[in-house]
Design a protein. Sequence first.
Length: 220
Amino acid sequence: MKTAIILGATGLTGGELLNRLLKDVRYKKIKLFSRSAIGLKNEKIEEHLIDLFELEKYAEDFQADEVHCCIGTTQAKTPDDETYHKIDYGIPVTAAKLAKENNIGRFLVISALGAHVNSKFFYNRTKGEMERDVLALGIPETYILQPSLIAGRREEKRPFEAAWKKVMSVGNHLLVGPLKKYRSIHAGVIADAMVYLANNKYSVIRIESDEIREIATSYR
């Protein structure tokens, strides 16, 4: 039986992923690294309430068969560029370094559609830099998921995002062919794909939104 690490289990996609792993008989322990408690009691859960900016201090506890990094913020929620970079770049890259040091052979991380180191947009450029530096570590089974707008019920209010989701719920069916990857995708679908990738080899490393949806059907 396996042990998994989740970073970002208090978030939308991380919460969906946690629910799936708790029900999955292949997993005996789920280690959560976060700043706040999940508020859920289960014998599989091992919580580590820490400052994620100091993740490297917890290398001894960072032991598992796989790591799922669901950390992410928005520029609206974190307008300071330095703090934003520390979250969306610093935490995933530090987690990948710890995984490498501790011989964890499978690392999954949520990035974003359009991520690229040369993007003129700070958000996409930060994600692109994160992808580059995670891949440079050479963890054998590394999967980078690049979803489009993530749908689902969030605890915090994101007015612009909520409005855009309403637009996308109407316009999704208009995005066909090469544009399918821009359709919004539910957090549960991403979680399904992550569980599948954590337990099966896959030939693609960077996985765009439409392919995430296809992989998720294999899990179900």
